[in-house]
Design a protein around this ligand. Sequence first.
Ligand code: DGY
Length: 333
Amino acid sequence: MSSSASHRPAVLVARQVFPDTVARLRQHFDVEAYEGHTPIRRDELIARLQGKAGVFVAGTEPIDADLLQACPSLKAVCSMAVGYNNIDVAACTARGVLVTNAPGVLTETTADFGFALMMATARRITESERFLRRGEWTHWSYDLMAGQDIHGATLGVLGMGRIGQAIARRGALGFGMKVVYHNRSRLSEAEEAAIGARWLTLPELMAQADHLVIVVPYSAGTHHLVGAAQLALMKPTATLTNIARGGVVDDAALAEALKAGQLAAAGLDVFEGEPQVHPALLEVPNMVLTPHIASASLATRRAMAELAADNLIAALTGRQPLTPLNPEVRTSA
Ligand code: DGY
């Protein structure tokens, strides 16, 4: 499908991305690139998608049935994110629109960050820095900013996909942690044995973890999976780290639980309704808050963008994309 006189497929790059990724796409397509810093407005997205065969997105552009109906030329939606809760894959499949995401290329970088956030949370790194910058450090004290150990502690992983397993490996093999996890499907016996991981029910996981790291994908089924009832099960010395998606944790309930001392500290990279942050979270001192940057090393962001571009090129030149979410849909320009 093409709207251009050159008969090359027309595509929209709907998020700012590396200029050389856009340049590569221009070798294959008539490219319109949205240049705004913030996500494109929905009405503008729909307007710009008229006559486009493909769209390059991130995890921030909602692609749903109404949009697909309003953009009948669309054949491929290629995201540079691994999480795809912004895309209604079933609606895309029903309309013959191919969808791809970007798994694999960000696994180790995201696991590095999840582990770093967990450590910063347990050892009160940012809280300490704020204290020091405020000029409040006047003397050494036996309990000054004393936190929780990582080595030898019990690491709880909620969501044992690629990233969960990479975090578990870091904990088990690098820090001598005991690994417990909850996931819809269990690892194989060999995979469990390699990192000494033990499957638990969700309530057991909440109760046993010294450090809980959440990496489960967001869906209607995982909305507020960790809410007041689950938080109440945690040890008062435990920490919680969320690098999955906002909405998996009930942020208001988390702020309340921290204020009540139901757990020791929390680290959040993702928020319900981000980039807005629940005001109650900003009032809690024992938190590390970061702006959705778990996959943000330059090399990995480049790899994510390149994979999305490869997928878009394949999808619109009649080849099978590398990482399709609905491989049953086959498309060409
Ligand atoms: C992902 O790839 O899903 C990251 O969260 C960035 O959106």
